[in-house]
Design a protein around this ligand. Structure first.
Ligand code: DQA
Length: 145
């Protein structure tokens, strides 16, 4: 099976960006670990980080044709703003899990609403990068079912 991991804006800055909020690991550290886990279980993992809304949207469109089975997405700030990315997820029809490193509910009120949570299979937040590992574990289990 094929899993696509999408990271939204500013997540390329992980490791140096507000490390007390987002941790000291880089995005490459996280992606490498997810690759390894997927490969060990005989799956393919693709990933993209983009600061541009349209690139994420177009990647989701492509995913449909590519036969991506599951998406793990941290939409970052687009979580709270992007009807367009939400619509792309709906259009793709690909099941997904929403991940946030930080506990968005313990932060500013504008982070409490997500355009994705009500259409996600599940949402993980506040567990740092472990959230991605847990999401991958859940995704792989769901694909096997
Ligand atoms: C985030 C939370 C968002 O509110 C924020 O805009 C981000 C990262 C997280 O992973 O905790 O960029 O999605």
């Amino acid at each position: 099976s094929t899993i696509l991991v999408l990271h939204g804006p500013n997540l390329n800055m992980l490791g140096t960006r507000e490390p007390e909020v987002y941790g000291y690991e880089t995005l490459a550290d996280i992606d490498d670990r997810l690759h390894q886990t997927a490969a060990e279980q005989g799956h393919h993992l693709l990933h993209l980080q983009s600061n541009a809304e349209y690139e994420l949207i177009e990647r989701v469109h492509e995913a449909r044709g590519e036969g991506v089975d599951f998406i793990i997405i941290n939409p970052a700030a687009f979580t709270h703003t992007s009807v367009a990315l939400r619509d792309a997820m709906l259009a793709s029809g690909i099941p997904f899990i929403e991940v946030h490193l930080s506990n968005v509910h313990a932060r500013e009120p504008f982070r409490h609403h997500s355009y994705f949570s009500d259409i996600a299979e599940g949402v993980i937040c506040g567990l740092g990068s472990q959230g991605y590992d847990l999401a991958l574990q859940a995704a792989l289990q769901r694909i096997h079912r």
